[in-house]
Structures are given as structure tokens and as C-alpha cells.
Design a protein around this ligand. Structure first.
Ligand code: PNS
Length: 161
């Protein structure tokens, strides 16, 4: 039976760390769907529509045209997972702090719908990269070219000028 996985996140913006997780997850499952999700606790730098476009362009640049991208503007992740018939949620963890943060979400999502969460550990050379640091560096005129895919760099540079 084919296994469908959803990789959710705010992706504000999508980083090379996210791209690495997406690429590795797509090799583990029959289908991978990246879900660009609203997060009520965050005020985004990029709109949901922009973030979806940036993820799509980044995946295409990387030759990962087999990965679908969807948006979740409101509502629960588990409902999106049910809609796309996903078996698994994929998350990336860069540190024990990330695991601590992900654990209750994985437990709640499993209690809500029975869906399992698989956590992929980040590549050590990418574990310092986060969207929030990218935003901070970009908004203060710094060079984020090592941290984001080319498609994201263009708009990040424009937005922070
Ligand atoms: O990249 P982020 O912001 O850490 O991702 C968190 C995200 C968006 C995956 C999480 O906040 C989420 O799943 N939001 C959707 C609403 C939801 O289902 N909340 C209950 C999860 S326990």
C-alpha cells in the first residue's frame, strides 16, 4: 500500500534546511505533500500565497517536481491530512528543543486522528538555520544566500531593501 506523508510548517521563509528535509522525506514515502500552514502564534513576513509560491519554486529549482505543495489557511492539520489521505506527518528537528516542541503536537495529532508523526533529524551542517534567524538577518541587511534557496533569496532581498 502506498504511503502518503505531509510535511507541514509555516515556512516563513522556506530555508535550505526545510529543502533538505523535504528531499529526504520524499525518498522515504511514495508521495510527499508540503503543507504551508497558518500559525496563529506568528505574524508572517510573507503571505500564505507567497510562501506557497516560494516553496514550489524552491522544489522545482532543486528538481523535486514530484512533491506537491498545498496551503492550509485555517483549521487543523489533521483535517488536511484526512483530506489528502495522508498516513504520516513529517517534521524536522534541529535540536532537543525542537523535539520537546514537536512532541506534544505529535501526541495531540495522534490523539485527534490516529496519525503518526515521523521526525527526521536535521543535517548537522544545517542545524543552525531557522526561518526566524533568516528573517532577522535579511531585515537588517545581511546576506542570507547560504541559508535559503535561490528562489527565496530573490524575494527576501527585495522585501528587506
Ligand atoms: O513551522 P512551524 O510554525 O513550527 O509549524 C507549526 C505548524 C504550522 C505545523 C503547527 O502550528 C500546526 O500544525 N498548525 C495548524 C493548526 C493545528 O492543527 N494545530 C494543532 C497542532 S497540535
Amino acid at each position: 500500500m502506498s504511503k502518503i506523508a505531509v510535511y507541514p510548517g509555516s515556512f516563513d521563509p522556506f530555508t535550505v534546511g526545510h529543502l533538505d528535509i523535504a528531499e529526504r522525506a520524499s525518498a522515504l514515502f511514495d508521495e510527499l505533500i508540503v503543507a504551508v500552514v497558518h500559525n496563529p502564534n506568528k505574524t508572517p513576513m510573507f503571505s500564505l500565497v507567497e510562501r506557497v509560491e516560494l516553496v514550489e519554486r524552491s522544489l522545482s529549482e532543486a528538481g523535486l517536481s514530484n512533491i506537491r505543495v498545498v496551503a492550509l489557511e485555517s483549521g487543523l492539520l489533521v483535517d488536511l491530512c484526512a483530506d489528502v489521505e495522508a498516513d504520516v506527518i513529517v517534521k524536522g528537528a534541529r535540536s532537543a528543543t525542537d523535539v520537546d516542541f514537536e512532541l506534544p503536537m505529535a501526541q495531540i495529532n495522534r490523539e485527534l486522528s490516529g496519525i503518526e508523526t515521523v521526525i527526521l533529524v536535521s543535517a548537522p551542517e544545517l542545524s543552525h538555520i531557522s526561518s526566524s534567524l533568516v528573517r532577522q538577518v535579511a531585515q537588517n541587511g545581511g546576506d542570507v544566500s547560504k541559508f535559503v534557496p535561490k528562489a527565496v533569496l530573490k524575494i527576501t532581498n527585495k522585501r528587506s531593501n
